[in-house]
Ligand binder design. Structure first.
Ligand code: ANZ
Ligand code: ZN
Length: 823
């Protein structure tokens, strides 16, 4: 007989809901624990990835609940953006309708899984009561100078008809649709995240984040210390500033390398014939994507600009070249080229026959331009460098920079690879930007009292490939809040990463309609104690959220420096060697599994299949295994129903050999499960320990025939199972607990605590080796002294035989395990 999961699961879900078990409020006297799993895009129904992710979050939630914390686990929907818009286009519906329908479906599935969510705090980013605060925060950023608009070359996806952030370009392709990304010049809104670059490098205030994620962010921010050096342009008052990490090579600079986008190049181009090859070359380079331009194996190309500049340290006249390998938006957007010591410059100089000069000599001092096959990029000793000759190159960096500062040729500088965050998207389904363009007053912010700027609903998406907002005249045309004259609304919408950058804080006070959230509530709940989500968010979402948190701190909205204390990056669900996804055609529908085996089985399978940060390999066998395990527990309880009820509160008096074994497995398992969850979040090994314990308990034959004290120990061993199982399979745990006759919900009895006294083993088994080979075994009382152990070991017949009257050189005892005899 199968256990009736389809009766007990809805029963407990309803009960938890009626009791408001997961409805939270601030309780200043109680310790809080905030568990958050990244909220989903409502792009359809839940998939197995969600089930896996949210099963982890719920296991932590229930575990902390049993420990008496005031636990918050909220849920919401990242409901603006391309997935919903594309879904609506395909299904010829409105994104709002599609989104709300999908949300209803998903909410129902969350409940069927039995996740302990506080639905009073549900947020959906596409609703005006949420994005109103996006707009409000945008205005605060603007007022602080952290928002600006500029014309820039941006990653453009023709397929999605929108701009992409650098983080959204993967190997030259759109992260969503995988079509090639182009460069397009557009006016864009930027957020000055670089203002916080330095603080974002500091991870000292997070408690537990994967090293990998910290490294990825550090690398993405890419801090570089160096020197800015000023090169005057010949016959002009222009000055080109370069950023270099190798000021020690300044005497070896033989040309200047600029990108075509550099403002001086733009200026000089205007003075030349538009039909000249220079124009064509610049256009060609501008259209290349940035990844290709910085890639080492792209062929270096360039043209002489016709202009020269002066190396400030020696007055040498050097040609200015336009190149494809320098980027406008790193450092100062200009490079002093030192071909002898930089490989890119070396290849370029070889190709165009530009001069080279060795200024760093190697240890043997035998570098020779005639025979050099590649740049010498290591450190060494300065040469051809005036008063710095002979100096060690590392040490000379400071000496040269200090000298240049004195001469006013340059200064110390830090560059970051991190770029400001372009948030403009030319799509309909996003948060409107609260800006009005007035012909007289320029850029004007929409007043706070007029927020939200609501997204118009009378739109047919998919009718044009262009941003549909452009064609809604009654929305675009408005009046200027300053002069009351006719003006136009901004039609770009916000990148959805803006929405998700602060949602974790909105959950602290999700229904507030005066401010994004009250400081008091935010300070009670934040930081998120455990955040769970995919590694793919390492550099985008997780960086933006850290930035927002620091910004919100700085404007006094909340306290604390980091949004997420602990981070768990969960693995993917894999089937037949590939990520489970619609496009691969290998999805298993969670509904099917819940219908057939129940939510507890799905949860136990997911958590048991692998550690939470590793991929889960889908297996029908595994699902069956989890199902069988729950069924066996069910039968154990049913077969011993009366016994359990009768002895559930029995105080064990005398401890027999049988009881001792039962108490040992019970307390050993409590300890193991607790430590696996607490120290390593290894739910898989915790469940494995529980299975082993189950086997030990069910190995007891005819429990009815035991003594009363033994029955007590047996029943304790049974009852610990639902309590330890509750974080993973809460429905069956509640049911068994109730059937055992306890009056209240299981979590009120708290997570069990082990007693060390039951973990002492009375007897210890030793293996005996002679000359490294196993020759015998003995069992001794646990309190036996070493001398006695040695004596007993030597008495074993087979051991005697192998010692064979030879002289014993030493006996080593490995405690509780091994006796090793050397002759
Ligand atoms: C002169 C030089 C000589 C350089 C030499 C290197 C070796 P990181 O460590 O990544 O910060 N650079 C500066 N701005 C650039 C830009 N916008 N586009 C492409 N390259 C740029 O690298 C700093 C080095 O990258 C700088 O130091 C500069 O080349 C180059 F023997 O300056 B170096
Ligand atoms: Zn105006």
């Amino acid at each position: 007989m199968e256990y009736p999961f389809n009766e007990i699961e809805p029963k407990w879900q309803k009960y938890w809901q009626e009791k408001g078990l997961f409805k939270t409020e601030e309780k200043p006297d109680k310790k809080k624990y905030y568990v958050l799993s990244m909220f989903p895009y409502p792009s359809g129904a839940l998939h197995m990835g969600h089930v896996s992710n949210y099963s982890i979050g719920d296991a932590i939630t229930r575990y902390k609940l049993m420990q008496g914390y005031n636990v918050l686990q909220p849920m919401g929907y990242d409901s603006f953006g391309l997935p919903a818009e594309n879904f609506a286009i395909q299904n010829k519906t409105h994104p709002r309708k599609a989104t709300e329908d999908n949300i209803d479906t998903m909410r129902g599935q969350f409940d069927r899984m039995g996740f302990g969510l506080d639905w009073n705090r549900e947020v959906s980013t596409c609703r005006p009561d949420y994005y109103r605060w996006n707009q409000w925060l945008f205005k605060r950023l603007y007022e602080r100078g952290l928002v600006y608009r500029k014309k820039a070359y941006l990653n453009w996806c023709e397929e999605c008809q929108t701009v992409l952030a650098n983080e959204q370009v993967e190997q030259g392709q759109c992260w969503r649709c995988e079509s090639p990304v182009q460069q397009k010049e557009m006016e864009q809104w930027f957020i000055r995240i670089t203002e916080y670059a330095e603080e974002l490098l500091d991870f000292s205030k997070v408690i537990d984040w994967p090293e990998r994620v910290k490294l990825m962010q550090t690398h993405w921010i890419g801090r570089s210390e160096g020197t800015n050096i000023n090169f005057p342009v010949k016959n002009s008052d222009q000055v080109i500033s370069v950023f270099t990490t190798r000021p020690d090579t300044i005497f070896g600079c033989t040309y200047m390398a600029l990108p075509p986008e550099h403002p001086y190049i733009m200026e000089w181009l205007n003075e030349t014939d538009p039909a000249s090859p220079l124009h064509a070359f610049c256009q060609k380079v501008i259209n290349l994507d940035k990844i290709a331009r910085t890639s080492e194996d792209t062929t270096k190309e360039g043209m002489f600009s016709g202009h020269y500049c002066i190396n400030p340290v020696n007055g040498e006249k050097i040609p200015i070249w336009i190149t494809n390998y320098v980027l406008l938006d790193y450092g100062t957007g200009a490079v002093m080229a030192v071909p002898a010591h930089d490989q890119r410059d070396f290849e370029f100089a070889k190709k165009y026959n530009l001069p080279m000069k060795i200024v760093i000599q190697n240890e043997k001092r035998d570098l020779n331009l005639e025979v050099m096959q590649e740049a010498f990029v290591d450190s060494g000793f300065l040469t051809n460098s005036a008063q710095f000759d002979g100096m060690e190159s590392e040490a000379s960096k400071k000496a040269i920079t200090d000298w240049m500062i004195e001469k006013e040729y340059g200064e110390y500088a830090v560059s970051y690879r991190l770029r400001d965050w372009g948030i403009s998207r030319q799509r309909y389904w996003g948060s409107p930007i609260p800006i009005i363009h007035c012909p007289d007053c320029g850029t004007v912010l929409v007043p706070d009292e007029e927020l939200p700027v609501e997204l118009p609903m009378n739109v047919e998406v998919g009718k044009t490939r262009k941003n549909p907002l452009l064609s809604i005249e009654e929305w675009v045309n408005t009046t200027c809040p300053v002069c009351n004259g006719p003006a136009k609304r901004e039609t770009d919408t916000m990148d959805t990463f803006f929405d998700s950058s602060w949602y974790y804080a909105r959950f602290a006070d999700a229904q507030n309609d005066k401010v994004p959230f009250s400081k008091e509530k935010a300070d009670y709940w934040l930081p998120v104690d455990q955040y769970i989500g995919g590694i793919e968010h390492a550099c985008m979402h997780l960086m933006y959220a850290r930035f927002f948190h620091k910004f919100m701190r700085d404007i006094g909205l909340l306290s604390g420096d980091e949004p997420f204390s602990r981070l768990l990056t969960q693995g993917m669900v894999i089937k037949d060697g590939a990520k489970m996804s619609k496009s691969k055609g290998n999805v298993v529908d969670p509904n099917y599994i819940i219908d057939r085996y129940g939510a507890d089985t799905a949860r136990v399978f997911m958590l048991f299949a692998s550690p939470p940060d590793k991929d889960v390999e889908w297996s029908d066998e595994g699902i069956m295994g989890a199902f069988r395990f729950l069924n066996r527990i069910w039968r154990l309880f049913n077969n011993n129903k009366d016994l359990i009820r009768e002895f559930r509160n029995h105080q064990i008096g005398e401890i027999s050999e049988q009881s001792r074994k039962l108490l040992y497995t019970t307390h050993f398992t409590i300890k193991k499960v607790t430590e696996d969850i607490e120290q390593r979040m290894q739910f898989n090994t915790a469940i494995a320990a529980l299975m082993e314990h189950f086997n030990n308990i069910s190995a007891v034959k005819e429990p009815d025939k035991l003594t009363d004290d033994e029955k007590g120990a047996f029943v304790q061993g049974c009852l610990v199972i639902p309590r330890l199982l509750y974080p993973f399979a809460p429905h069956i745990a509640e049911e068994l607990w109730q059937q055992a006759g306890f009056g209240e919900m299981i979590h009120n009895y708290r997570f069990p605590v082990w007693e060390p006294k039951y973990l002492k083993r009375d007897e210890i088994n030793y293996v005996i080796q002679v000359q490294g080979k196993v020759r015998g075994r003995i069992t001794v009382p646990a309190d036996t002294g070493e001398d006695k152990i040695k004596e007993l070991a030597l008495q074993v017949d087979n051991v005697q035989k192998f010692i064979d009257n030879q002289k014993i050189r030493k006996i080593v005892i490995v405690k509780n395990k091994l006796i090793s005899i050397v002759v």
